[in-house]
Design a protein around this ligand. Structure first.
Ligand SMILES: [Zn+2]
Length: 211
């Protein structure tokens, strides 16, 4: 992984964030059509395995269903990771059972094993990264679905077992449904605009209480 590429664990957060608020009090899903998945994969090409050909990637219905399945597992485990905090309200009432979520991620990860690959850039330090061990000749649509879901699952496994998990929070500003990484100890909101909305809402509530 080069210095400019996003950290692979952030792929997990990006996948979870495809469910977001629509700005009107509802929830929008970026992955509700194959075109939505195509755009998302192309936008995250730098963090996905080269063998996927992500920059020219085209999703079909089976890829969409598989990726949405991984995302459901990610969001169920994010809901667990933020305990004792409340999960994102977007799907708090319809989360996968934890055992099923873990099994689904492990199965997706196992379909494409990885091998360590060394690179040693001129003037830099040697770096080892895990790359998918893709059997030659497996280049069809089904193989690409496996490659994509395995990459998402590997990133999620690394995130959940790594130190960033403890910084994961669900934003509870009005209308927000995002999971985010807390950057400093007192951070409560995913971004300043959410903090502003939350303060305005609290102010209104206080106004009602004293009226
Ligand atoms: Zn927020």
């Amino acid at each position: 992984m080069s210095a400019s590429a996003p950290h692979p664990t952030h792929l997990t957060l990006a996948l979870a964030a495809t469910i977001r608020h629509d700005g009107h009090g509802g929830v929008a899903d970026e992955l509700d059509t194959p075109d939505g998945l195509t755009a998302w994969v192309r936008a995250h090409a730098a963090a996905l395995p080269g063998a996927l050909g992500a920059r020219r990637y085209r999703a079909d219905e089976s890829a969409l269903e598989a990726v949405r399945g991984v995302r459901a597992a990610v969001r169920a485990l994010f809901a667990r990771a933020v305990r004792p905090g409340e999960p994102s309200p977007a799907d708090a009432g319809r989360l996968l059972p934890l055992g099923e979520a873990v099994a689904r991620l492990n199965e997706a990860a196992a379909r494409v094993p990885t091998v360590p690959v060394l690179s040693w850039p001129r003037g830099g330090d040697p770096v080892v990264r895990d790359a998918p061990a893709v059997p030659s000749g497996r280049t069809g649509a089904a193989a690409r679905v496996e490659l994509l879901t395995a990459a998402l699952a590997h990133a999620t496994l690394a995130f959940l077992a790594g130190p960033d998990r403890q910084r994961l929070r669900a934003c509870h500003a009005p209308r927000c449904v995002r999971y985010f990484l807390k950057d400093h100890p007192r951070q409560e909101w995913c971004k300043p605009s959410c903090g502003n909305r939350a303060r305005v809402a609290r102010h209104h509530e206080r106004g009602r209480d004293t009226a």
